[in-house]
Design a protein around this ligand. Sequence first.
Ligand SMILES: [Zn+2]
Ligand SMILES: [Zn+2]
Length: 599
Amino acid sequence: MYSSGVRRLRAAGEHAAGVDDAGGGGATMAPGKRKTGGVRRQLMRRQAAYAVRSEQSAEREQMSAGVAQEMFEHIEASRNALFGLVRLSRLDVNQVCQYKSASKPCTSLAECNENFREKTLLQFAAELKRYRIMYALIRSGADPSVCPEIPQGLDNVREYVQSLHSAVAVWITLVVCNGSTAAIHSERDARCQICSCSILPIQLIPCLHVVCSACFWKHAVTRSVFEHVTCPIPACGSNLRLDGEDREENEQVSLNASSEESTAQQSKQKWLSLPPELPAKSPKNKSWIRPMSPAARARWLPFSSSALCRSGRNQLLWLAAEQGNRLLLVSLIEAGVDIDAVNDAGQTALFIASWRGRVECVKVLLDSGADASIADPVGILPIDFESSDWSGRNWLMNAGTPEEDLTQKQFMEWLVDPSINHASAGSFVLDGFVPESVLTKIDLILSRLPVVAPCKSESLHNERAFYCDASGFVSAALVRAIRQAAAFLGMELPVTGVFAQMRFLIYEHAGGGLPAHNDLAKTDPVTKQRSGFTFVLYLSDISKGGETVLLSSVSSSPEVMAMIKPKRGRLLCFPHASPHEARPVIDTPKILLRGEMFA
Ligand SMILES: [Zn+2]
Ligand SMILES: [Zn+2]
Protein backbone atom coordinates (compact mmCIF):
# COMPACT_ATOMS: atom_id res chain seq x y z
CA MET A 1 0.00 0.00 0.00
CA TYR A 2 2.62 2.48 1.13
CA SER A 3 5.16 1.36 -1.40
CA SER A 4 2.95 1.47 -4.45
CA GLY A 5 1.82 4.97 -3.53
CA VAL A 6 5.40 6.13 -3.23
CA ARG A 7 6.31 4.63 -6.58
CA ARG A 8 3.41 6.27 -8.32
CA LEU A 9 4.41 9.65 -6.94
CA ARG A 10 8.04 9.12 -7.88
CA ALA A 11 7.16 8.04 -11.38
CA ALA A 12 4.92 11.06 -11.84
CA GLY A 13 7.63 13.35 -10.49
CA GLU A 14 10.18 12.03 -12.92
CA HIS A 15 8.09 12.99 -15.88
CA ALA A 16 6.82 16.30 -14.58
CA ALA A 17 10.17 18.08 -14.59
CA GLY A 18 10.87 18.19 -10.91
CA VAL A 19 7.43 18.57 -9.38
CA ASP A 20 7.83 17.34 -5.84
CA ASP A 21 5.78 14.61 -4.27
CA ALA A 22 6.05 16.19 -0.87
CA GLY A 23 5.83 19.62 0.63
CA GLY A 24 2.20 19.93 1.56
CA GLY A 25 0.81 21.56 -1.57
CA GLY A 26 -1.20 20.68 -4.58
CA ALA A 27 -4.41 19.31 -3.16
CA THR A 28 -7.36 20.56 -5.14
CA MET A 29 -10.54 20.20 -3.16
CA ALA A 30 -13.89 20.43 -4.79
CA PRO A 31 -16.03 22.78 -2.70
CA GLY A 32 -18.09 20.96 -0.12
CA LYS A 33 -16.19 17.69 -0.47
CA ARG A 34 -14.82 16.29 2.77
CA LYS A 35 -11.32 14.94 3.03
CA THR A 36 -11.40 11.21 2.44
CA GLY A 37 -9.21 8.73 4.30
CA GLY A 38 -7.01 8.42 1.21
CA VAL A 39 -6.37 12.15 1.01
CA ARG A 40 -5.65 12.34 4.74
CA ARG A 41 -3.19 9.45 4.56
CA GLN A 42 -1.50 11.09 1.60
CA LEU A 43 -1.16 14.34 3.56
CA MET A 44 0.34 12.44 6.51
CA ARG A 45 2.85 10.78 4.18
CA ARG A 46 3.80 14.14 2.74
CA GLN A 47 4.34 15.58 6.20
CA ALA A 48 6.40 12.52 7.15
CA ALA A 49 8.53 12.84 4.00
CA TYR A 50 9.04 16.50 4.79
CA ALA A 51 10.04 15.72 8.39
CA VAL A 52 12.60 13.18 7.15
CA ARG A 53 14.02 15.58 4.58
CA SER A 54 14.31 18.46 7.02
CA GLU A 55 16.09 16.12 9.45
CA GLN A 56 13.81 16.55 12.40
CA SER A 57 15.48 13.42 13.71
CA ALA A 58 15.98 14.88 17.18
CA GLU A 59 12.28 14.26 17.71
CA ARG A 60 12.54 10.59 16.77
CA GLU A 61 11.64 8.03 19.40
CA GLN A 62 14.11 5.42 20.55
CA MET A 63 12.85 1.91 19.83
CA SER A 64 12.29 -0.13 22.98
CA ALA A 65 13.75 -3.64 23.02
CA GLY A 66 10.25 -5.01 22.46
CA VAL A 67 9.52 -2.76 19.48
CA ALA A 68 12.91 -3.57 17.94
CA GLN A 69 12.36 -7.31 18.41
CA GLU A 70 8.99 -7.04 16.67
CA MET A 71 10.47 -5.09 13.75
CA PHE A 72 13.25 -7.66 13.31
CA GLU A 73 10.69 -10.47 13.38
CA HIS A 74 8.68 -8.73 10.68
CA ILE A 75 11.78 -8.34 8.52
CA GLU A 76 12.55 -12.03 8.95
CA ALA A 77 8.97 -12.96 8.04
CA SER A 78 9.04 -10.48 5.11
CA ARG A 79 6.00 -8.59 6.37
CA ASN A 80 5.86 -4.95 5.26
CA ALA A 81 3.11 -3.74 7.59
CA LEU A 82 5.34 -2.07 10.20
CA PHE A 83 7.43 -0.24 7.61
CA GLY A 84 5.16 2.57 6.50
CA LEU A 85 6.79 5.98 6.04
CA VAL A 86 4.63 7.73 8.64
CA ARG A 87 5.50 5.22 11.36
CA LEU A 88 9.20 4.98 10.49
CA SER A 89 9.62 8.76 10.32
CA ARG A 90 8.86 8.91 14.06
CA LEU A 91 11.29 6.16 15.07
CA ASP A 92 15.05 6.29 15.35
CA VAL A 93 15.64 3.91 12.45
CA ASN A 94 19.42 4.09 12.90
CA GLN A 95 19.47 2.40 16.27
CA VAL A 96 21.85 -0.52 16.65
CA CYS A 97 19.96 -3.43 18.22
CA GLN A 98 20.36 -7.03 19.19
CA TYR A 99 18.01 -9.56 17.69
CA LYS A 100 17.58 -13.16 18.67
CA SER A 101 15.73 -15.04 15.99
CA ALA A 102 13.29 -17.60 17.34
CA SER A 103 13.45 -19.54 14.11
CA LYS A 104 17.24 -19.84 14.11
CA PRO A 105 18.44 -21.59 17.30
CA CYS A 106 22.21 -21.54 17.80
CA THR A 107 23.98 -24.86 17.60
CA SER A 108 27.48 -23.59 18.35
CA LEU A 109 29.18 -20.71 20.13
CA ALA A 110 30.28 -19.16 16.82
CA GLU A 111 26.75 -19.28 15.49
CA CYS A 112 25.49 -17.81 18.73
CA ASN A 113 27.93 -14.89 18.42
CA GLU A 114 26.87 -14.37 14.84
CA ASN A 115 23.18 -14.48 15.67
CA PHE A 116 23.53 -12.09 18.59
CA ARG A 117 25.64 -9.58 16.66
CA GLU A 118 24.21 -6.10 17.02
CA LYS A 119 22.94 -4.55 13.81
CA THR A 120 20.58 -1.96 12.40
CA LEU A 121 17.22 -2.81 10.87
CA LEU A 122 18.67 -1.90 7.47
CA GLN A 123 21.64 -4.24 7.87
CA PHE A 124 19.34 -7.08 8.83
CA ALA A 125 16.95 -6.40 5.94
CA ALA A 126 19.95 -6.32 3.57
CA GLU A 127 21.27 -9.66 4.88
CA LEU A 128 17.86 -11.22 4.19
CA LYS A 129 17.41 -9.34 0.87
CA ARG A 130 14.13 -7.71 1.89
CA TYR A 131 14.33 -5.08 -0.83
CA ARG A 132 11.08 -3.31 -0.21
CA ILE A 133 11.72 -2.99 3.52
CA MET A 134 15.25 -1.80 2.77
CA TYR A 135 13.92 1.00 0.63
CA ALA A 136 11.23 1.91 3.15
CA LEU A 137 13.98 2.26 5.77
CA ILE A 138 16.28 4.30 3.50
CA ARG A 139 13.45 6.62 2.56
CA SER A 140 12.74 7.10 6.27
CA GLY A 141 16.30 8.19 6.96
CA ALA A 142 18.14 4.89 7.57
CA ASP A 143 21.87 5.29 6.98
CA PRO A 144 23.68 2.26 5.51
CA SER A 145 26.98 3.36 7.08
CA VAL A 146 25.62 3.04 10.64
CA CYS A 147 26.85 -0.05 12.51
CA PRO A 148 28.02 -0.85 16.06
CA GLU A 149 31.51 0.43 15.18
CA ILE A 150 30.20 3.69 13.63
CA PRO A 151 26.96 4.43 15.55
CA GLN A 152 26.60 7.99 14.17
CA GLY A 153 27.17 6.97 10.56
CA LEU A 154 29.58 8.64 8.13
CA ASP A 155 29.32 12.16 6.72
CA ASN A 156 26.88 12.73 3.83
CA VAL A 157 25.95 9.05 3.40
CA ARG A 158 22.34 9.49 4.44
CA GLU A 159 21.82 12.42 2.08
CA TYR A 160 23.58 10.53 -0.70
CA VAL A 161 21.47 7.36 -0.54
CA GLN A 162 18.30 9.43 -0.25
CA SER A 163 19.19 11.21 -3.48
CA LEU A 164 19.58 7.87 -5.29
CA HIS A 165 16.72 6.19 -7.05
CA SER A 166 15.13 3.51 -4.84
CA ALA A 167 16.50 0.61 -6.91
CA VAL A 168 20.02 2.07 -6.82
CA ALA A 169 19.87 2.87 -3.09
CA VAL A 170 18.96 -0.74 -2.37
CA TRP A 171 21.68 -1.94 -4.73
CA ILE A 172 24.51 0.05 -3.12
CA THR A 173 23.40 -1.05 0.37
CA LEU A 174 23.62 -4.65 -0.84
CA VAL A 175 27.07 -4.04 -2.36
CA VAL A 176 28.28 -2.98 1.10
CA CYS A 177 26.42 -5.70 3.01
CA ASN A 178 27.49 -8.56 0.73
CA GLY A 179 31.01 -7.14 0.51
CA SER A 180 31.43 -7.09 4.27
CA THR A 181 30.13 -10.66 4.59
CA ALA A 182 32.61 -11.68 1.88
CA ALA A 183 35.45 -9.91 3.71
CA ILE A 184 34.60 -11.64 7.01
CA HIS A 185 34.64 -15.06 5.35
CA SER A 186 37.65 -14.30 3.19
CA GLU A 187 40.84 -16.24 3.85
CA ARG A 188 42.87 -13.13 3.19
CA ASP A 189 43.82 -10.47 5.71
CA ALA A 190 40.78 -8.21 5.68
CA ARG A 191 42.46 -4.81 5.86
CA CYS A 192 41.60 -1.70 3.89
CA GLN A 193 43.97 -1.44 0.93
CA ILE A 194 43.74 2.36 1.12
CA CYS A 195 44.09 3.26 4.81
CA SER A 196 45.17 -0.14 6.27
CA CYS A 197 42.52 -0.06 8.99
CA SER A 198 40.48 -3.16 9.78
CA ILE A 199 37.20 -1.48 10.71
CA LEU A 200 34.41 -2.97 8.60
CA PRO A 201 36.32 -4.20 5.58
CA ILE A 202 34.35 -4.70 2.36
CA GLN A 203 35.46 -7.01 -0.44
CA LEU A 204 34.40 -5.55 -3.75
CA ILE A 205 33.22 -7.29 -6.91
CA PRO A 206 34.61 -7.67 -9.57
CA CYS A 207 38.13 -6.55 -8.54
CA LEU A 208 38.15 -8.29 -5.09
CA HIS A 209 39.92 -5.28 -3.58
CA VAL A 210 39.27 -4.82 0.14
CA VAL A 211 38.45 -1.32 1.41
CA CYS A 212 37.01 -0.15 4.70
CA SER A 213 33.50 1.22 5.00
CA ALA A 214 34.81 4.76 5.57
CA CYS A 215 36.99 4.71 2.44
CA PHE A 216 34.17 3.19 0.38
CA TRP A 217 31.55 5.78 1.31
CA LYS A 218 33.94 8.73 1.23
CA HIS A 219 34.55 7.92 -2.43
CA ALA A 220 30.95 7.03 -3.32
CA VAL A 221 29.30 10.21 -2.01
CA THR A 222 31.47 12.44 -4.21
CA ARG A 223 30.24 10.83 -7.42
CA SER A 224 27.26 11.74 -9.58
CA VAL A 225 24.22 9.70 -8.59
CA PHE A 226 23.75 8.77 -12.26
CA GLU A 227 27.24 7.38 -12.88
CA HIS A 228 28.83 4.02 -12.13
CA VAL A 229 29.79 3.32 -8.53
CA THR A 230 33.47 2.47 -8.75
CA CYS A 231 36.19 0.86 -6.65
CA PRO A 232 37.73 3.69 -4.59
CA ILE A 233 41.29 2.50 -5.22
CA PRO A 234 42.44 5.08 -7.78
CA ALA A 235 44.55 2.65 -9.83
CA CYS A 236 41.55 0.29 -10.09
CA GLY A 237 38.31 2.23 -10.57
CA SER A 238 36.35 -0.89 -11.64
CA ASN A 239 32.61 -0.48 -12.00
CA LEU A 240 31.21 -2.35 -9.03
CA ARG A 241 28.48 -4.96 -9.25
CA LEU A 242 26.72 -7.52 -7.13
CA ASP A 243 27.72 -11.16 -7.32
CA GLY A 244 26.05 -12.71 -10.36
CA GLU A 245 24.93 -9.37 -11.76
CA ASP A 246 25.04 -8.94 -15.51
CA ARG A 247 28.43 -7.51 -16.51
CA GLU A 248 27.37 -5.96 -19.81
CA GLU A 249 28.12 -2.25 -19.98
CA ASN A 250 27.04 0.20 -22.60
CA GLU A 251 29.58 2.97 -22.54
CA GLN A 252 29.32 3.93 -26.18
CA VAL A 253 26.38 4.08 -28.49
CA SER A 254 27.01 1.03 -30.65
CA LEU A 255 24.28 0.93 -33.24
CA ASN A 256 25.23 -0.76 -36.50
CA ALA A 257 28.36 1.22 -37.32
CA SER A 258 28.75 -0.05 -40.88
CA SER A 259 25.37 1.33 -41.93
CA GLU A 260 25.00 4.42 -44.12
CA GLU A 261 22.55 5.94 -41.69
CA SER A 262 23.66 8.10 -38.77
CA THR A 263 23.16 6.90 -35.22
CA ALA A 264 20.39 9.47 -34.82
CA GLN A 265 18.53 8.12 -37.88
CA GLN A 266 18.84 4.50 -36.75
CA SER A 267 17.64 5.44 -33.31
CA LYS A 268 14.66 7.27 -34.78
CA GLN A 269 13.72 4.23 -36.90
CA LYS A 270 13.48 2.13 -33.73
CA TRP A 271 11.54 4.91 -32.02
CA LEU A 272 9.01 5.04 -34.88
CA SER A 273 8.14 1.40 -34.27
CA LEU A 274 6.66 2.38 -30.89
CA PRO A 275 3.02 3.46 -30.50
CA PRO A 276 2.70 7.29 -30.26
CA GLU A 277 1.05 7.12 -26.84
CA LEU A 278 0.40 4.37 -24.32
CA PRO A 279 -3.03 2.77 -24.56
CA ALA A 280 -5.43 4.26 -22.03
CA LYS A 281 -5.43 1.06 -19.98
CA SER A 282 -1.75 0.29 -19.80
CA PRO A 283 -0.47 -2.34 -17.40
CA LYS A 284 0.32 -0.90 -13.99
CA ASN A 285 3.91 -0.43 -12.93
CA LYS A 286 4.92 -3.36 -10.79
CA SER A 287 5.45 -2.16 -7.26
CA TRP A 288 8.30 -4.48 -6.31
CA ILE A 289 11.79 -3.13 -6.02
CA ARG A 290 14.66 -4.82 -7.80
CA PRO A 291 18.18 -3.71 -6.85
CA MET A 292 19.85 -2.07 -9.84
CA SER A 293 23.22 -0.42 -10.33
CA PRO A 294 23.09 3.03 -11.96
CA ALA A 295 24.09 1.38 -15.27
CA ALA A 296 21.51 -1.41 -14.96
CA ARG A 297 18.82 1.13 -14.20
CA ALA A 298 19.86 3.21 -17.21
CA ARG A 299 19.56 0.10 -19.41
CA TRP A 300 16.18 -0.81 -17.94
CA LEU A 301 14.49 2.60 -17.93
CA PRO A 302 13.87 2.91 -21.72
CA PHE A 303 11.93 -0.37 -21.51
CA SER A 304 9.91 0.47 -18.40
CA SER A 305 6.18 0.51 -19.06
CA SER A 306 5.77 4.29 -19.31
CA ALA A 307 8.63 4.53 -21.85
CA LEU A 308 7.15 2.03 -24.32
CA CYS A 309 5.64 4.77 -26.45
CA ARG A 310 7.16 7.61 -28.47
CA SER A 311 6.16 10.39 -26.10
CA GLY A 312 7.37 8.45 -23.03
CA ARG A 313 10.77 7.79 -24.63
CA ASN A 314 11.26 11.44 -25.49
CA GLN A 315 10.27 12.53 -21.98
CA LEU A 316 13.17 10.41 -20.72
CA LEU A 317 15.48 11.94 -23.33
CA TRP A 318 14.84 15.50 -22.11
CA LEU A 319 15.10 14.36 -18.50
CA ALA A 320 18.47 12.65 -19.11
CA ALA A 321 19.81 15.79 -20.83
CA GLU A 322 18.64 18.03 -18.01
CA GLN A 323 19.97 15.81 -15.21
CA GLY A 324 23.22 15.09 -16.99
CA ASN A 325 22.47 11.36 -16.92
CA ARG A 326 24.96 10.15 -19.53
CA LEU A 327 24.32 6.43 -19.01
CA LEU A 328 20.59 6.88 -19.56
CA LEU A 329 21.17 9.03 -22.62
CA VAL A 330 23.38 6.38 -24.24
CA SER A 331 20.89 3.68 -23.37
CA LEU A 332 17.98 5.68 -24.84
CA ILE A 333 19.80 6.27 -28.12
CA GLU A 334 20.44 2.51 -28.32
CA ALA A 335 16.83 1.70 -27.50
CA GLY A 336 15.37 4.18 -29.99
CA VAL A 337 14.53 7.83 -29.52
CA ASP A 338 13.87 10.93 -31.63
CA ILE A 339 17.09 12.70 -30.76
CA ASP A 340 15.99 16.09 -32.20
CA ALA A 341 12.50 16.09 -30.70
CA VAL A 342 11.47 19.30 -28.91
CA ASN A 343 9.68 19.44 -25.55
CA ASP A 344 6.62 21.57 -24.66
CA ALA A 345 8.86 24.62 -24.39
CA GLY A 346 10.37 24.00 -27.84
CA GLN A 347 13.81 22.81 -26.68
CA THR A 348 15.82 19.87 -28.04
CA ALA A 349 17.82 17.57 -25.75
CA LEU A 350 21.00 19.18 -27.10
CA PHE A 351 19.67 22.62 -26.18
CA ILE A 352 18.77 21.49 -22.65
CA ALA A 353 22.13 19.78 -22.07
CA SER A 354 24.02 22.84 -23.38
CA TRP A 355 21.97 25.25 -21.28
CA ARG A 356 22.43 23.14 -18.13
CA GLY A 357 26.15 22.72 -18.80
CA ARG A 358 25.96 18.90 -19.08
CA VAL A 359 29.18 18.59 -21.07
CA GLU A 360 29.23 14.77 -21.19
CA CYS A 361 25.67 14.65 -22.53
CA VAL A 362 26.38 17.35 -25.12
CA LYS A 363 29.25 15.20 -26.37
CA VAL A 364 27.14 12.02 -26.60
CA LEU A 365 24.39 13.91 -28.46
CA LEU A 366 26.75 15.55 -30.95
CA ASP A 367 28.61 12.26 -31.54
CA SER A 368 25.27 10.59 -32.28
CA GLY A 369 24.34 13.20 -34.87
CA ALA A 370 22.00 15.54 -32.98
CA ASP A 371 21.10 18.65 -35.00
CA ALA A 372 22.91 21.62 -33.45
CA SER A 373 21.08 24.16 -35.63
CA ILE A 374 17.70 23.88 -33.89
CA ALA A 375 17.11 27.05 -31.87
CA ASP A 376 14.60 27.43 -29.04
CA PRO A 377 11.43 29.48 -29.73
CA VAL A 378 13.14 32.79 -28.93
CA GLY A 379 16.05 32.00 -31.26
CA ILE A 380 18.79 30.86 -28.88
CA LEU A 381 21.08 28.12 -30.25
CA PRO A 382 22.65 25.34 -28.17
CA ILE A 383 26.11 26.68 -29.01
CA ASP A 384 25.22 30.12 -27.61
CA PHE A 385 25.75 28.79 -24.09
CA GLU A 386 29.40 28.10 -24.88
CA SER A 387 30.35 31.74 -25.21
CA SER A 388 29.76 34.44 -22.66
CA ASP A 389 28.96 37.27 -25.11
CA TRP A 390 26.11 35.69 -27.09
CA SER A 391 23.33 37.65 -25.40
CA GLY A 392 24.21 40.85 -27.28
CA ARG A 393 23.34 39.15 -30.58
CA ASN A 394 19.94 37.98 -29.36
CA TRP A 395 16.88 40.17 -29.87
CA LEU A 396 15.59 39.30 -26.42
CA MET A 397 18.71 40.32 -24.56
CA ASN A 398 20.31 43.03 -26.69
CA ALA A 399 18.53 46.07 -25.27
CA GLY A 400 20.55 45.91 -22.06
CA THR A 401 18.83 47.04 -18.87
CA PRO A 402 15.26 48.05 -19.67
CA GLU A 403 14.30 51.69 -19.25
CA GLU A 404 11.97 52.49 -16.43
CA ASP A 405 8.61 53.76 -17.54
CA LEU A 406 8.23 56.96 -15.53
CA THR A 407 4.61 57.52 -16.52
CA GLN A 408 3.56 54.45 -14.55
CA LYS A 409 2.67 54.74 -10.90
CA GLN A 410 4.81 52.53 -8.73
CA PHE A 411 2.99 50.74 -5.98
CA MET A 412 3.72 47.84 -3.64
CA GLU A 413 1.55 46.27 -0.98
CA TRP A 414 1.54 43.31 1.37
CA LEU A 415 -1.72 41.45 0.73
CA VAL A 416 -1.34 39.32 3.85
CA ASP A 417 0.86 40.50 6.71
CA PRO A 418 4.11 38.47 6.61
CA SER A 419 4.15 38.18 10.40
CA ILE A 420 0.80 36.43 10.86
CA ASN A 421 0.44 32.67 11.15
CA HIS A 422 -1.31 31.78 7.90
CA ALA A 423 -0.37 29.90 4.73
CA SER A 424 -0.80 33.14 2.76
CA ALA A 425 1.39 35.27 5.04
CA GLY A 426 3.85 37.33 3.00
CA SER A 427 1.75 37.52 -0.18
CA PHE A 428 2.37 40.78 -2.01
CA VAL A 429 1.55 42.67 -5.18
CA LEU A 430 3.62 45.16 -7.24
CA ASP A 431 2.46 47.70 -9.82
CA GLY A 432 4.66 49.64 -12.21
CA PHE A 433 7.93 47.87 -11.40
CA VAL A 434 7.98 45.71 -14.56
CA PRO A 435 8.59 48.32 -17.31
CA GLU A 436 6.56 48.37 -20.53
CA SER A 437 9.74 47.66 -22.53
CA VAL A 438 9.98 44.29 -20.73
CA LEU A 439 6.25 43.57 -21.09
CA THR A 440 6.46 44.17 -24.85
CA LYS A 441 9.24 41.59 -25.11
CA ILE A 442 7.24 39.13 -23.02
CA ASP A 443 4.33 39.61 -25.50
CA LEU A 444 6.79 38.84 -28.31
CA ILE A 445 7.99 35.69 -26.52
CA LEU A 446 4.39 34.49 -26.24
CA SER A 447 3.78 35.14 -29.94
CA ARG A 448 6.64 32.75 -30.79
CA LEU A 449 5.51 29.85 -28.58
CA PRO A 450 3.28 26.97 -29.65
CA VAL A 451 -0.06 27.28 -27.85
CA VAL A 452 -1.50 24.15 -26.22
CA ALA A 453 -5.29 23.87 -26.40
CA PRO A 454 -7.18 23.01 -23.21
CA CYS A 455 -7.78 19.30 -22.60
CA LYS A 456 -11.40 18.25 -23.16
CA SER A 457 -11.27 16.12 -20.03
CA GLU A 458 -10.01 18.97 -17.85
CA SER A 459 -12.21 21.59 -16.30
CA LEU A 460 -9.66 24.24 -17.32
CA HIS A 461 -10.83 26.64 -19.96
CA ASN A 462 -7.52 28.26 -20.70
CA GLU A 463 -4.98 27.76 -23.44
CA ARG A 464 -1.41 27.39 -22.33
CA ALA A 465 2.04 28.07 -23.73
CA PHE A 466 5.12 26.68 -22.03
CA TYR A 467 8.14 28.91 -21.82
CA CYS A 468 11.58 28.07 -20.50
CA ASP A 469 13.53 31.19 -19.62
CA ALA A 470 16.91 29.70 -20.55
CA SER A 471 18.34 33.14 -21.31
CA GLY A 472 17.29 34.39 -17.88
CA PHE A 473 15.66 37.49 -19.37
CA VAL A 474 12.27 37.25 -17.64
CA SER A 475 13.77 35.96 -14.38
CA ALA A 476 16.15 38.92 -14.22
CA ALA A 477 13.34 41.40 -14.93
CA LEU A 478 11.15 39.95 -12.16
CA VAL A 479 13.93 39.85 -9.58
CA ARG A 480 14.88 43.43 -10.52
CA ALA A 481 11.28 44.56 -10.06
CA ILE A 482 11.03 42.92 -6.66
CA ARG A 483 14.39 44.31 -5.53
CA GLN A 484 13.37 47.84 -6.57
CA ALA A 485 10.06 47.49 -4.78
CA ALA A 486 11.88 46.36 -1.65
CA ALA A 487 14.20 49.36 -1.80
CA PHE A 488 11.16 51.59 -2.41
CA LEU A 489 9.61 50.31 0.82
CA GLY A 490 12.89 49.97 2.68
CA MET A 491 12.39 46.30 3.52
CA GLU A 492 13.58 42.89 2.48
CA LEU A 493 11.34 40.88 0.21
CA PRO A 494 11.22 37.11 0.59
CA VAL A 495 11.97 36.22 -3.03
CA THR A 496 15.41 36.05 -4.62
CA GLY A 497 15.13 33.91 -7.74
CA VAL A 498 12.80 32.53 -10.38
CA PHE A 499 12.46 29.04 -11.85
CA ALA A 500 13.24 28.89 -15.55
CA GLN A 501 10.12 26.89 -16.48
CA MET A 502 7.10 29.19 -16.72
CA ARG A 503 3.78 29.09 -18.49
CA PHE A 504 1.46 31.54 -20.12
CA LEU A 505 -2.26 31.10 -19.45
CA ILE A 506 -4.62 32.56 -22.02
CA TYR A 507 -8.33 32.82 -21.30
CA GLU A 508 -9.93 33.59 -24.67
CA HIS A 509 -13.50 32.91 -23.62
CA ALA A 510 -15.68 34.14 -20.79
CA GLY A 511 -16.35 31.67 -17.99
CA GLY A 512 -12.89 30.18 -17.53
CA GLY A 513 -11.55 30.04 -13.98
CA LEU A 514 -9.93 27.75 -11.43
CA PRO A 515 -11.49 26.35 -8.23
CA ALA A 516 -9.81 26.81 -4.84
CA HIS A 517 -6.49 25.00 -4.60
CA ASN A 518 -2.90 25.47 -3.56
CA ASP A 519 0.23 25.02 -5.65
CA LEU A 520 3.10 22.53 -5.74
CA ALA A 521 6.71 23.30 -4.97
CA LYS A 522 9.36 22.56 -7.59
CA THR A 523 12.97 21.57 -7.05
CA ASP A 524 15.60 22.98 -9.37
CA PRO A 525 17.31 19.96 -10.98
CA VAL A 526 20.70 21.70 -10.88
CA THR A 527 20.83 23.69 -7.64
CA LYS A 528 18.33 21.46 -5.74
CA GLN A 529 16.74 24.65 -4.44
CA ARG A 530 13.04 24.32 -3.62
CA SER A 531 10.52 26.91 -4.70
CA GLY A 532 8.31 28.58 -2.10
CA PHE A 533 6.30 31.19 -4.01
CA THR A 534 3.99 31.31 -6.99
CA PHE A 535 4.16 34.42 -9.16
CA VAL A 536 1.55 35.74 -11.56
CA LEU A 537 2.44 38.52 -14.00
CA TYR A 538 -0.69 39.89 -15.65
CA LEU A 539 -0.27 40.89 -19.28
CA SER A 540 -3.74 42.23 -20.06
CA ASP A 541 -6.05 44.78 -18.45
CA ILE A 542 -9.41 43.38 -17.39
CA SER A 543 -12.18 45.52 -16.00
CA LYS A 544 -14.64 42.75 -15.12
CA GLY A 545 -14.06 39.22 -13.79
CA GLY A 546 -10.95 37.03 -13.80
CA GLU A 547 -9.72 38.15 -10.38
CA THR A 548 -7.22 36.05 -8.44
CA VAL A 549 -8.54 35.57 -4.90
CA LEU A 550 -6.49 34.55 -1.87
CA LEU A 551 -8.68 32.56 0.51
CA SER A 552 -8.56 31.69 4.19
CA SER A 553 -8.79 27.96 3.34
CA VAL A 554 -9.76 25.51 0.59
CA SER A 555 -12.94 24.59 2.47
CA SER A 556 -16.45 25.05 1.10
CA SER A 557 -17.01 28.50 2.64
CA PRO A 558 -13.66 30.30 2.83
CA GLU A 559 -13.18 33.97 3.63
CA VAL A 560 -11.65 36.24 1.01
CA MET A 561 -8.28 37.52 2.25
CA ALA A 562 -7.35 39.50 -0.85
CA MET A 563 -8.74 40.01 -4.34
CA ILE A 564 -6.39 41.01 -7.17
CA LYS A 565 -7.67 42.42 -10.45
CA PRO A 566 -5.68 41.57 -13.59
CA LYS A 567 -3.81 44.67 -14.76
CA ARG A 568 -1.00 44.78 -17.30
CA GLY A 569 2.37 44.78 -15.54
CA ARG A 570 0.94 43.85 -12.14
CA LEU A 571 3.03 41.21 -10.37
CA LEU A 572 1.39 39.04 -7.71
CA CYS A 573 3.41 36.70 -5.46
CA PHE A 574 2.08 34.32 -2.83
CA PRO A 575 3.36 31.23 -0.97
CA HIS A 576 2.56 27.92 -2.70
CA ALA A 577 0.55 26.80 0.33
CA SER A 578 -1.73 29.82 0.05
CA PRO A 579 -5.30 28.73 -0.84
CA HIS A 580 -6.42 30.65 -3.93
CA GLU A 581 -8.86 30.57 -6.81
CA ALA A 582 -9.29 32.26 -10.18
CA ARG A 583 -12.72 33.87 -10.58
CA PRO A 584 -14.53 33.22 -13.87
CA VAL A 585 -13.41 35.48 -16.69
CA ILE A 586 -15.96 38.03 -17.94
CA ASP A 587 -13.84 40.40 -20.06
CA THR A 588 -11.44 38.67 -22.45
CA PRO A 589 -8.72 37.92 -23.13
CA LYS A 590 -7.12 37.40 -19.75
CA ILE A 591 -3.44 36.69 -20.34
CA LEU A 592 -0.88 36.00 -17.64
CA LEU A 593 2.54 34.48 -17.10
CA ARG A 594 2.97 32.27 -14.05
CA GLY A 595 5.76 30.31 -12.46
CA GLU A 596 7.64 29.56 -9.25
CA MET A 597 10.08 31.60 -7.20
CA PHE A 598 12.42 30.69 -4.37
CA ALA A 599 13.43 32.57 -1.28
ZN1 LIG B 1 40.10 2.60 4.51
ZN1 LIG C 1 39.29 -2.38 -7.16
